[in-house]
Structure formats: C-alpha cells, structure tokens
Design a protein around this ligand. Structure first.
Ligand code: PMP
Length: 287
C-alpha cells in the first residue's frame, strides 16, 4: 500500500534528494554523447527482482563501454534498497544510469573524471487485465541499430524512433528484423511459437540479453514446455502460432496482431497463457 509519508527521493552522486533538486552539468557526457549505460530493475512488494542478474548485466555493459564500475555489488544493493524504501509504491521500476562524467566536449575519454551515477524510481504498473486478455499489436521494422545491442547503452535514438513508429501505427512494439531474421523488439525480447515449439533468438551482440527472457526460458525448461534457442526467420514470424514479448516492466505479453494481421486466431494462445501464469506465480514465490 502507498505510504504518503515517503518522500520519493532519487540518488545523484552521493546524495538522496527530491528529483526537482537533482542537477547535472550540461557537459555531462551522457547529455553530450549518450556516453553511458543503464539498468531497469523491477521491484515487486518492495523486493528487488533478480538483482544479481541485473548487476551482472550492468557490469557487462560497463565493460562494453570501457567504464570502471563505480560501485561494488553490495554498495549497489544498499543504494537501490534505500531508493526502494524512499519511494511510495510497493511495486517499482528502478532506473539506474552511469555516464562517463563531466568534461570539456571531446570524443576521447577524459582522464581522471568521476562517473555520474543517477538512480530513480517510478511506480511499476502491470499491464491491465484487458490488455493481457486481448493481447497487443506490433509492427515489423528494419533493425537499423548498431552492432553492440548487447550493451544497455543510454544512447537509444534508434530504439526511440522504432518504438514511435510502432505507436504512430497504433501498435505498442516494433519487431526488428536484420537480414531476414528476428533480433528483438525496440524495448523487449520476442519469443515465437511454431508447431507448439517456443522459439527464442540466441543471445548475441544483436540483442539485449533480457533478464525476463532468461526467466521465461527457465520456466519453459522447468515445466516441460518444448523450446528451442535458434534463429527465427521473417517467414516464421509472419506464420507464427503465437508471438510473445518480454521485459522487466511489462512482464510477458501476447502479440495478437502483426502489421495489421491476426497472429494465429488473433487471441492470446495456449503457451502465452501458461507462461503468463507461471511468471505470475514465480514472481510471488521470490517475494
Ligand atoms: N530488449 C530491449 C531493446 C530492451 O530495451 C529491453 C528492456 N526494456 C529488453 C530487451 C528486455 O530486457 P529485460 O527483460 O531485462 O527488461
């Protein structure tokens, strides 16, 4: 339940402050170059979900941009738990960002610069029952992003444009195709069901290794849902029985329309319904 005495603080470079008071320099390399990485950690009933895995991915992203991790995992846990405690909602979406810091504008890495660390929380609103029951619409689009999509970089301009293209076409997500194969969504990972088999594109530099993606594959393995990790072609997407999207903020959703055409019978399918329920149960057991 919401606690109104809580102040909704953010964390910026050592201080817990109201967001209105949070200030960074216009020379921050996050602002100038998008030179930073981020994570989004879901919180259910005030518990950080899969924090160890999120911190491991953060470490990989930092190594990908050659930036030293400014905190040990125990320090991250402490900072994030303080943010959770100083925000009202029981279910939260924690956003954390690290940039290469403030320096005169120059592409080359600055020397001896302290990275900027920012953490904020927003209420985590689960997709409505109606949306879960009807499923969502998606479009396909050309994956025109760079070749290090495994790094959770703050420079998200291609993802922003792709997601807006989906919204402009009354859809919620863009399924990205690179050389005839599915990579992921603009803000989510994508699963495909073909001949009762759950298919997932393999992790590579072409997609973000989703934490929810891992949970879904673990649940499929634990509950004998036939699944395979392999490349999925555009043809297979267009003739799929089911399409699913996964992300920390949306959980699992069924895509029931693609480019204006029904996926299967246009309703959330059997495998979605099973995985959705398993995911809800799993979340409550780890709380
Ligand atoms: N791919 C992209 C491009 C994303 O932005 C996200 C997260 N919003 C995901 C996949 C899903 O990752 P996760 O399950 O860790 O949220």
């Amino acid at each position: 339940m919401a606690n109104m005495s809580i102040q909704n603080l953010v964390y910026l470079n050592g201080s817990f402050i109201p967001i209105e008071d949070a200030r960074i320099s216009v020379l921050d390399r996050g602002f100038i170059f998008g030179d930073g990485v981020y994570e989004v950690v879901p919180v259910y009933s005030r518990r950080l979900f899969r924090l160890t895995e999120h911190l491991r991915r953060l470490q990989n992203s930092l190594e990908g941009i050659r930036l030293k991790n400014p905190h040990l995992d125990v320090e991250w846990r402490e900072l994030l738990e303080k943010i959770v405690a100083s925000n009202e909602s029981d279910d939260q979406s924690i956003y954390l960002q690290i940039t290469r810091g403030v320096a005169p504008r120059d592409h080359s890495f600055p020397e001896d610069v302290i990275p900027t660390v920012f953490i904020m929380s927003s209420p985590l609103l689960a997709p409505s029952k109606e949306l879960v029951a009807t499923g969502v619409s998606a479009i396909t689009a050309n994956d025109n992003r760079w070749l290090r999509c495994d790094i959770k970089a703050t420079s998200l301009l291609p993802n922003v444009l792709l997601r807006q293209k989906a919204l402009d076409e009354n859809a919620v997500e863009a399924l990205l195709l690179r050389e005839g194969f599915l990579t992921e969504g603009s803000t989510s990972n994508i699963f495909v069901v073909k001949s009762e088999m759950l298919l997932a594109p393999p992790k590579s530099y072409l997609m973000l290794p989703g934490i929810t993606y891992d949970v879904v594959l673990e649940l499929a393995a634990a509950h004998d849902i036939p699944h395979e990790i392999r490349n999925v072609s555009e043809y297979e997407i267009r003739t799929a029985q089911e399409l699913l999207l996964t992300s920390s903020t949306k959980g699992i959703m069924s895509i029931t329309h693609l480019d204006g055409k029904s996926v299967g019978n246009g309703k959330p399918g059997k495998i979605f319904l099973q995985l959705y329920q398993l995911y809800q149960n799993y979340k409550s057991t780890v709380m």
